[in-house]
Write a protein that binds this ligand. Structure first.
Ligand SMILES: C[S@@+](CC[C@H](N)C(=O)[O-])C[C@H]1O[C@@H](n2cnc3c(N)ncnc32)[C@H](O)[C@@H]1O
Length: 289
């Protein structure tokens, strides 16, 4: 048993709640494309605050959407969000605790029927054996059912290349350090296995065909709405916090970040009017023959 989990989901729950609200428009766009008129059972695995579960429910005329997460605090947030946003009795939206792939058999039994759509966003990459997770999720599908994985894409950018503190390229070096941290985090998961191929191949190895990918540009130019602005400030704060003890950032970069993230400093990022959000998000889709 790992006494010190690499990611503390309880700590991150408020950010997942913000993300579910902030990404509402993106979820609706993707759900509109993914949900078919005959879909009656959809599952959002590693649901966070259930943002996508709710978007999928909005696209269904009747049936059931099950938001699944392994972590109790996250699931509580998902339940609160569902309670606050959902009241249409034609589509039932519920939250359920299960860890993928360990609890897949129990989850299949609780679902009681094969799923028309399984969605997993930024969840499978936290599982020690990602291929086992993808295969487990594919096993929840009915024939013709679709597994959609929102994974990969491009890292988010929020800051100008030169913020006037330290050396230019601060955010790119932070993203590179985050990538190293992520590799170390994955290697440190108990029974971690590498998956030396892409998500489309993982879907194929899970027996799905055809497999396609769609990538959307996520662009929010300045001035940012408050909820996005908060996330833009929190994202580097979380990453820099992780880097303090890893040695993955230079002392010069850490000093610059310390000032940029300090609301009492005259260079605080929160006072800038040129913050933006730019990223690309990929959704990989496989169909069960
Ligand atoms: C980065 S968050 C993504 C949340 C949400 N899907 C989103 O895109 O905003 C990853 C989520 O996966 C959940 N999770 C991590 N490992 C899991 C597992 N083995 N089974 C189910 N959920 C898991 C975490 O609790 C967390 O809610």
């Amino acid at each position: 048993m790992n006494a010190d989990p690499p990611v503390d989901w309880t700590d991150l729950t408020p950010q997942l709640v913000d993300a579910a609200r902030r990404d509402r428009a993106w979820y609706l766009t993707i759900a509109r494309e993914l949900v078919g008129p005959a879909d009656r059972l959809a599952v959002d695995v590693g649901c966070g605050a259930a943002g996508m579960a709710l978007a999928v429910a909005r696209m269904m005329t009747c049936g059931r959407v099950v938001a699944v997460d392994a972590h109790p605090a996250v699931l509580d947030a998902a339940r609160d969000h569902i309670r606050a946003e959902w009241s249409d009795p034609r589509v039932r939206v519920e939250a359920l605790r299960a860890a993928i792939p360990a609890d897949t058999a129990a989850l299949r039994e609780t679902l009681g029927a094969p799923a028309d759509l399984v969605w997993a966003s930024a969840a499978v990459h936290h599982v020690a054996d990602q291929q086992a997770a993808v295969t487990a999720l594919a096993g929840l599908l009915a024939p013709g059912g679709r597994l959609a994985l929102a994974e990969g894409g491009l890292p988010e950018h929020h800051l100008p290349w030169d913020v006037g503190l330290g050396e230019p390229g601060l955010e790119m070096r932070l993203n590179a350090a985050q990538d190293c941290w992520f590799a170390q985090m994955r290697a440190g998961l108990p029974d971690s296995r590498r998956m030396p191929y892409g998500w489309t191949e993982a879907l194929r190895q899970a027996g799905l065909s055809p497999v396609t990918t769609r990538t959307t540009l996520d662009e929010q130019p300045p001035p940012l709405p408050d909820i996005v602005r908060r996330a833009v400030l929190e994202a580097p704060a979380g990453r820099v916090g992780r880097m303090r003890t890893t040695g993955l950032l230079t002392a010069t970069d850490l000093d610059a970040w310390n000032r940029l993230l300090d609301p009492t400093d005259e260079r605080w990022l929160g006072d800038r009017d040129d913050l933006f959000r730019l990223s690309a998000r990929s959704v990989h889709l496989g169909v069960r023959p």
